[in-house]
Design a protein around this ligand. Structure first.
Ligand SMILES: Nc1ncnc2c1ncn2[C@@H]1O[C@H](COP(=O)(O)OP(=O)(O)O)[C@@H](O)[C@H]1O
Ligand SMILES: N[C@@H](CC(=O)OP(=O)(O)O)C(=O)O
Length: 438
């Protein structure tokens, strides 16, 4: 069994959906197909929910009509037989009807999650109709039937394995179509795996059933050595270890959801990143294999807050770090980078939900300084002993860029630098030149 995920751009139009149908039906290997919402849909659904939250139902309804119109165009291009067109129309009525009903109700967080879940339900149902018309046999699965998260938002893998295996065993089909991103939470409400979560859905399913491999099809030919949106002349990396891919995903390489690697790493299921628009390109192969000692790629993660705590006792007493960590632990806020000196500790976090109470408690331990809008620039590769002078190249490349924190040696795969967000693009470009073009 392979688990094959197609992202929003891969199902972004009728033509692309037809292309995907062609790609998945070329051989008889059993496949679980995980689809995202049509590109742009989740953003529109988030905007609809925001209008309802702001108490502007008319604005929400206007946005719903606009989105529905774009789906009517998609349907008219996707299916041609009268019976299938009627079924498609019924699907639009069901899901846009639900949105319209929500717009007239009082906003809640669970309503927001229900609204954003409609994208993947629409894409998978419409895709099924095209398969029906193209006479490609497949079965549709409702992801919340098997994708569950607990009260800490962690996925329940044994339940996932049992749910998926039961469905496979009960079916004569070898193609199964399901939604990425959406799941059910501990209260039985529809929930999601956070933005970009369809990658995570696919790797969770692949890990849970020990799939042969997970394929993630997107609009680029694999993981590039730097962010192609801001740096020119980037290139795809043929192979990455799980550790390298995990660091890149966590530190901002948008092609992969930040949490998507741990499940496949734990269950040793390889992942291929492939380009829907260029299926013959070899893409990136991610596995347990560790490559040569070299820098593989750069990534950057925005929205970082740096917090410096200066001990009021001047010399760090033992137990000081524990007290600091306990505060972050109590607010379930994870720390990305940490540096210490004799008198101070600096940490970074990417989630400011509990920043106020965290700062209030830290202030009891010493003087606290906070810098918002920071970016972690991350250099990833097999950097075991740095026999190639990578650190020197990093410092030479950064020349005139003020660096707020540096972390090296925490993992053999990563050098992290903290810079102000305004320096991000410059840092990525200069490091690209210094590390890959000499
Ligand atoms: N290092 C990187 N390598 C490849 N793509 C990257 C990288 N960093 C950012 N990206 C961006 O990620 C995009 C693909 O991810 P995403 O938009 O989530 O795709 P999908 O909608 O298919 O899930 C690419 O178009 C590219 O602009
Ligand atoms: N549709 C969801 C989930 C997702 O993973 O999308 P994509 O695969 O297009 O990044 C989102 O936009 O967040």
């Amino acid at each position: 069994m392979k688990v094959v995920k197609f992202g929003g751009t891969s199902v972004g139009s009728a033509q692309r959906m037809k292309h995907v149908a062609n790609l998945i039906s070329q051989d008889s290997t059993p496949k679980i197909i995980v689809l995202s919402a049509v590109s742009g849909t989740t953003n529109s659904l988030v905007a609809i929910a925001e209008s309802i939250e702001k108490g502007k139902p008319e604005e929400a309804l206007q946005k719903i009509v606009q989105l529905k119109t774009s789906y009517e165009v998609l349907v008219s291009e996707l299916v041609s037989q009268t019976a299938t067109q009627q079924k498609a129309q019924a699907i639009l009525e069901e899901h846009f009807g639900l949105l319209e009903a929500q717009a007239k109700m009082v906003y809640s967080d669970s309503m927001q999650r229900l609204i954003v879940a409609q994208g993947e339900l629409l894409s998978t149902k419409l895709f099924m109709l095209y398969l029906e018309e193209a006479q490609i046999a497949a079965e549709w699965w409702y992801a919340p039937d098997f994708m569950q998260i607990d009260s800490f938002k962690e996925p329940l893998i044994p339940q996932l394995r049992a749910g998926v295996m039961d469905k496979v065993k009960a079916s004569p089909q070898h193609l199964f179509i399901t939604q990425g991103f959406i799941c059910v939470n501990e209260k039985g409400e529809i929930d999601n795996l956070k933005r970009g979560g369809s990658d995570y859905s696919a790797t969770l399913i692949g890990a849970a059933i020990s799939a042969e491999e997970v394929q993630i099809w997107t609009d680029i030919d694999g993981m590039h050595n730097n962010d192609p949106r801001v740096v020119e002349n980037t290139y795809p990396i043929a192979e990455l270890s799980f550790d390298e891919a995990s660091e890149l995903a966590y530190f901002g390489a948008k092609i992969l959801h930040p949490s998507s690697i741990w499940p496949v790493q734990k269950f040793n299921v390889p992942v291929r990143l492939l380009n829907t628009m260029q299926p013959e390109a070899r893409g990136t192969y991610i596995s347990a294999k560790t490559g040569q000692e070299e820098v593989k790629a750069l990534a950057a993660k925005d929205g970082i807050t740096a917090i410096k705590i200066k001990s009021s006792r001047m010399i760090l007493a033992y137990g000081f770090l524990r007290k600091i960590f306990e505060i972050f632990e109590n607010y379930r806020t994870s720390i990305d980078m940490i540096t210490t000196s004799e008198v101070a500790v600096s940490v970074t976090i990417d989630d400011n939900t509990y920043i106020e109470p965290i700062l209030a408690e830290l202030q009891k331990l010493g003087t606290v300084e906070v810098d918002y809008n920071q970016t972690i620039v991350c250099i990833v590769g097999n950097l075991v002993a740095d026999s190639k002078g990578i650190v020197k190249k990093v410092f030479d490349s950064l020349e005139d860029i003020p660096v707020r924190m540096i972390s090296y040696g925490g993992s053999k795969n990563n050098i992290s630098l903290l810079v102000d967000v305004s320096q991000k693009v410059k840092a990525l470009k200069q490091l690209n030149k210094g590390l890959f073009q000499n």
